[in-house]
Each structure stands twice: as C-alpha cells, then as structure tokens.
Design a protein around this ligand. Sequence first.
Ligand code: SAH
Length: 226
Amino acid sequence: MRIDIITCLPRLLESPFNDSILKRAREKNLVTVEVHDLRDYTVDPHRTTDDYAFGGGAGMVMMIEPIHRCILSLTAKAKYDDIIYMSPDGEVLTQSLANQLSMKENLILLCGHYKGVDERVRQHLITREISIGDYVLSGGELAAAVVSDAIIRLIPGVLSDESSALTDSFQDGILAPEVYTRPAEYKGWTVPGVLLSGNPALIDAWRQENALERTKKRRPGLFQGI
Ligand code: SAH
C-alpha cells in the first residue's frame, strides 16, 4: 500500500511514521508513506498556499492551484483508489471504514489548515472526505496520521501477531476484554485467577464473557447490534 499525504506543514508528520509499528511497516516495505509539501507546488516567490476568503470574515482559505498541481503530479505517476480530504464534516472514521481503506492500494490524504480548502477542491478534485470525530483541529495533519495508523496496523504482516488486530475493540462489534501482565499481585491488587490457570478453553470463555460485559456497560449501542 502507498499513502501520499499533502500538507503545508510537513514537519508535523515527521514523527508519527518514524517510530514503533508504523516505522517497522515502512522498513518491511508493507507500506510507503510520502509526505508532500504543498509549498513545492506554488509558483510565487513567497510560496503562498492560502488567501483571504471571498466575502470577507476571519480566517484564511487554502487555494486550489497548489493543491491541484500537487494532485496532478501524483496522479500522473500512479492510479489512486481515493483522494481523501481530512475534514471535520466528513464521514466519521470507524473501525469498519479503516478495514475498508486497509484493502486499498494507493491513497492520497489532503490536509487542510486555517478555515479549510476552497470548496472547489472538494467539489472537483477529491473523491472522499473523512473526519476523525466531531471536534475541530487546527490542521488535518494529526487527523491524517490517525487515519494512516488505523489503516496501516491492519495490513497483514504489520503487527507481529496477525491475530492481534482481530481481537481489538470494534473489530467484531464488541470491545476488547481486560488485559493484565506481571506482577500477578501489586499492592494487594490481584489479577483474575482464571488468567493464571493455564487452561486455554477457560481463558477464552472468560475473555468472551468479559468483552460482552464490558461492551454492555461501556457501549450499550454496540451491544444491541450483536
Ligand atoms: N472551518 C472548518 C474547520 C477548519 S479546521 C469548519 O468549521 O468545518 C482546519 C483543517 O483541519 C481542516 O481543513 C481539516 O483538514 C482539519 N480538521 C479539523 N478538524 C478535523 C477533524 N475532526 N477531522 C479531520 N480533519 C480535521
């Protein structure tokens, strides 16, 4: 899989892909992540990517030309399954959407800033809009990193134990069960005895029950869908 991220602040995306699981995924060539600086697609000496909003009002708007130039240079080299604009009013990211996107080959993620992008970008240049939740961030970079992380960890081979992603919350419409590690007792706080029993069947049954209980308590909406 290949993810191309278009941003006017590429530095914001340096660390998320250079540590831990995402770094290893790139090193194993399971995913290529390329960050493109929108300023490289400007033609004026100031490398301007934004301008005042028509009609006035507070806040700058990202201009269509550099974005279009950048998208054209990418689509000339590869075919993209989706060109996604990160936007608070887009389709909200869920595990099921992450599952769908993890099966794509090539994706572009466009990060907005300020008041967002000129609406004509949304009307003519992109194929999809994704939000990471009903709140407003100052830029799309963190949202693009969240979407990329949620997708990349699902690519076969990225997690060292492939079954691990399947037992995470939301994957089967339920939450994950409680987890514990050593020491078995800490300041008198103990671990459920069954987890120390060494009996895989009993442990599986307990985890299943625990996951259902947790879902009922914390996400009753999910539970009703089971
Ligand atoms: N004026 C816009 C918000 C712009 S925020 C509005 O009210 O809808 C600036 C940029 O941050 C957006 O262009 C988008 O790329 C990004 N962004 C902000 N919140 C986001 C969210 N919840 N999910 C995804 N991207 C978001």
